[in-house]
Design a protein. Sequence first.
Length: 180
Amino acid sequence: MKKRITILCLALLTLFSADLAFAQDNSAGDLKIGGGLMYGTDIEQLGFEADGVYTINEQFRAQADLGFYLPNKTDFGNGSSMTITWWEFNANAHYMLMKDAEQGLSLYALGGLNFLSVNVESEGVGGLNISGSDSEMGINVGAGGEFDLDFASLYAEIKYSLGSADQLNIGAGLRFPVGN
């Protein structure tokens, strides 16, 4: 499973790097990178995300993000505990619904793929230390908005991941322009 995850991440990184190289050569392209906070309603944990957005044209943008949720540790007493750690990778397309350059506001619909991974480690449960992991893919649908500040763009997104781990994800943060 780890080999598949590594291959998937390397393939997506290669594709994204090719887009970044194209973006730097294309003066009409706009690239922003940033990060923020997120909350998953099924996971019920706060998390951190790093993302990048590349403007393809006036109507479409490509976005990728990597999110890590804070570990959830449960102590059972007598030195036994269980820790659950979640992370996710999303590759989305944004369809621009509205862009008001004068007000610095834009709204978009989003759709794409979600890759979610969970790792569970238990210590001392029944006198044993046990660990396991699982992953799944899903489809994202949602909406977001950006408000331009002097130094960055403030963004907020709400998306629903459809798959085995259905959940609503709410996120907000800052995106900084690169090369402008």
